[in-house]
Design a protein around this ligand. Structure first.
Ligand code: PMP
Length: 435
């Protein structure tokens, strides 16, 4: 009997009692390797002494201050740190409690930017099919995952969706990466023209698609083209790096590898590393100035925004990443993980694709490698792989995404940045057995 409402009512999860480094222990004493970082959250592993010490010190000093009354050194320092390393043009940080809140704030900043600058008709949001940007109603509406949206229609806001840049599924036979990138990005321009050039507020996309498609980076110069189209039509570019950001792909921000900078950037998950709930929306100087010279106010807020404990966790995580040079390990272990996945699954009759960046890698499962036909969703392959992996003491993040109504199963791996080659071998070995 439980009074907690679990997401899966008939199969409540196992009971975790402790975690250290890469390993969880459950109430029956079983151990699990955390090869998914929860959901790409635990970047430093569990029980990191530096983060624990920073949290203890912050708790002793000041646990909570409402931002309507006070700012705090720790929140200011986190904002300074994030901006010092942020993509060009981003100048300010809005601190919230998670990814969905960060996306909500970004959507509202985009809308308010246009009301402040006398263009209130610019209100449409364009996103990509099959995308996930959070579960609150605004973020859910922006996302293009039909399975998640269907239950809640009509949604409060209607976003417009274009095809994702998903080479394995959407690139034509013989089409070059450059041609495919041009075709996929061209969908954005066509949609802006269809809606009316001065009616679109923002385009939102995840540089490396995480949960819904399984570590899918864009190909060619897709994002450079997207940036150029947004600039041409005065549309704001929101990049959602809630899952792929904060070092997960080998650079602090994934979009660095695409060579572009957004107007708004959302982060969460690895920002707090699992030690505290925290998210943030980074905004450009242009948007900041519109607010500063307009109403002088951002029309939004949450009781727990800028929470000192959350900011202390974020700051401590950033310090450890730098001091231990963990991005170099993400790059090296990312290559190692890819090679081991290739060795284990490269010839597998039901693995159609192996992809990702850094310690954000996935395999896609197909009924038929030649036709890329996905498995029948009724077989719930992703759920079965998850339970087979758990039975072998391995936490991975499988999902059955919807691709324009076609389902595809994939398994996402996002281990903490501290993994070693032998951890990677253990993870791949157990995953092979589970698959
Ligand atoms: N955006 C993306 C890309 C995500 O992956 C997620 C969470 N999986 C969210 C937003 C929502 O974040 P949260 O669950 O912290 O609200």
């Amino acid at each position: 009997m439980t009074h907690l409402l679990h997401r899966s009512i008939h199969t409540p999860p196992r009971h975790a009692v402790s975690a250290q480094g890469l390993h969880f222990t459950d109430s029956e004493g079983r151990q699990y390797i955390d090869a998914s970082g929860g959901a790409a959250v635990s970047c430093l592993g569990h029980a990191h002494p530096d983060v624990i010490a920073a949290l203890h010190a912050q708790l002793d000093r000041l646990a909570y201050a409402h931002t309507g009354f006070f700012t705090t050194d720790v929140a200011e320092e986190l904002a300074d740190t994030l901006i010092a390393d942020a993509p060009a043009g981003l100048s300010h940080v809005y601190l919230v409690s998670g990814g969905s809140e960060a996306v909500e704030a970004a959507l509202k900043m985009a809308r308010q930017y246009f009301t402040e600058t006398g263009q209130p008709q610019r209100r449409h949001i364009i996103a990509r099919r099959q995308s996930y940007h959070g579960n609150t109603l605004g973020a859910l509406a922006a996302g293009g995952n039909e399975w998640r949206r269907a239950q809640f229609k009509p949604l409060l806001m209607e976003a417009h969706h274009i095809a994702p840049c998903f080479a394995y599924r959407e690139q034509w036979e013989g089409e070059t990466d450059a041609d495919y990138a041009a075709r996929a990005a061209g969908e954005l321009e066509a949609k802006i023209l269809e809606l009316g050039v001065d009616t679109v507020a923002a385009f939102v996309a995840e540089p490396v698609v995480g949960a819904t498609a399984g570590a899918v980076p864009a190909v060619g110069d897709y994002y450079k083209r997207i940036r150029a189209i947004c600039d041409k039509y005065g549309v704001l570019l929101i990049l959602d790096e809630v899952m792929c950001g904060m070092g997960r792909t080998g650079s602090l921000y994934a979009c660095e590898q695409d060579g572009i900078s957004p107007d708004l950037l959302t982060i969460a998950k690895g920002l707090g590393g699992g030690y505290q709930p925290i998210g943030a929306t980074l905004l450009s100087e242009k948007i900041y100035q519109a607010f500063a010279q307009g109403s002088g106010f951002f029309q939004h807020g949450h009781t727990y925004m800028g929470h000192p404990m959350a900011a202390a966790a974020g700051l401590a995580v950033q310090k450890v990443i730098k001091q231990d040079n963990l991005l170099a390990n993400v790059q090296a272990m990312g290559v190692e993980l890819r090679q081991q996945l290739q060795a284990a699954f490269g010839q597998h009759a039901h693995v159609g694709d192996i992809r990702g960046r850094g310690l954000f890698q996935a395999i896609e499962l197909v009924e038929d490698r030649q036709t890329k036909a996905p498995f029948d969703p009724a077989r719930k392959l992703h759920a079965r792989i998850k339970s087979e992996a758990m039975a072998r003491g391995l936490m991975v993040y499988p999902m059955g995404g919807t691709i324009d109504g076609v389902r595809g199963d994939h398994v996402l791996l996002a281990p903490p940045f501290i993994v070693t080659p032998s951890d990677v071998a253990e993870i791949t070995g157990r995953l092979s057995e589970a698959v």
